[in-house]
Design a protein around this ligand. Structure first.
Ligand SMILES: NC(=O)c1ccc[n+]([C@@H]2O[C@H](COP(=O)([O-])OP(=O)(O)OC[C@H]3O[C@@H](n4cnc5c(N)ncnc54)[C@H](OP(=O)(O)O)[C@@H]3O)[C@@H](O)[C@H]2O)c1
Length: 265
């Protein structure tokens, strides 16, 4: 069912026309929650905060004044249902921040096939489907910003995170390709590429982050960078910024990069 079929006026009160409408997925934790709080601080967004856990979603909704939207993006049709409900609530979406994500770490040969499905679906397929659902509306309204939360794993390929790296690399390629397509329109695509961030992500995947370096950064720092990127219309932003260097070396000198990565781990 296309979103446009749900765009007629509903009995819900319309979003404040002076504000843009922002839908943040993964708003119940970590980076998504930090971005939702920062958007709320700007006081120029009608916020729709999405997640899976009812208590956490209710918590961030009351903290930010946003509308809670519950839904599982790992199940078929999850992305479509979420956008349908978001449009029912607010009539349109001006900003999509796709932050919901899951990890899995360990040797690929032992990865449960259900975990393969989860990582690929939540980290890549659902994001593509969300964008597919919101983009036609944004193009019609000549206004929109798509913010995709990727990962340095997608730029480098991290040992023990083969499927996660593949999903995030796919997201980066999707962002690049879509951006070309949207040239000349008023819809922008920003790919945020965080390094290691201090969130429940690692506890949830069941394997703690135990490298000495790089040190995890707070999610609020990613949120600050993301909001600046939205204001500036940046295409791709690494947080911290120096992560652009290994990504650039890998792109320019893949052989040298692989030797170095194998030595340093
Ligand atoms: N932490 C890092 O070091 C790091 C580094 C690079 C990139 N990233 C990326 O940043 C994004 C946010 O991660 P985070 O660090 O903030 O992790 P987090 O604290 O674990 O938050 C993950 C969020 O995704 C939501 N989510 C997970 N599975 C979902 C599903 N099936 N359906 C709907 N929502 C689901 C969770 O919702 P519930 O809480 O309601 O379950 C939660 O809000 C992810 O895309 C991740 O890949 C993280």
């Amino acid at each position: 069912m296309a979103v446009s079929q749900h765009a007629e006026p509903t009995t819900e009160p319309a979003a404040d026309p002076a504000k843009g409408v922002a839908l943040v997925t993964g708003a119940s934790s970590g980076i998504g929650a930090a971005i939702a709080r920062s958007l709320a601080d700007q006081k120029r967004w009608t916020l729709l905060v999405a997640g899976r856990d009812p208590d956490r979603v209710a918590g961030i909704a009351s903290e930010t004044g946003g509308t809670p939207l519950l839904g599982d993006l790992a199940v078929p049709g999850g992305a479509r249902r979420l956008v349908t409900r978001a449009v029912d609530e607010a009539q349109h979406i001006d900003l999509l921040v796709a932050s919901a994500g899951v990890g899995w770490a360990g040797p690929f040969a032992t990865m449960p096939t259900s975990a393969v499905d989860d990582v690929l679906t939540v980290d890549l397929v659902a994001v593509v489907q969300l964008v597919r659902m919101v983009l036609p509306h944004m193009l019609l309204r000549r206004r929109g910003h798509l913010v995709l939360i990727g990962s340095i794993a997608g730029s480098l390929g991290v040992e023990g995170e083969a499927v996660y790296s593949a999903a995030k690399a796919g997201l980066g390629a999707f962002a690049d390709a879509l951006r070309y397509e949207l040239r000349g329109t008023s819809v922008q695509v920003t790919h945020i590429v965080p390094g290691v961030v201090d969130t429940p992500f690692f506890a949830r995947r069941g394997v703690p982050y135990n490298r000495r370096l790089p040190r995890p950064i707070p999610p609020e720092r990613v949120a600050r960078v993301a909001l600046r990127a939205i204001d500036r219309g940046s295409r791709e932003v690494f947080v911290p910024r120096w992560f652009r260097i290994p990504a650039g070396i890998r792109a320019l000198l893949p052989g040298a990069y692989r030797q170095l990565a194998a030595r340093l781990g």
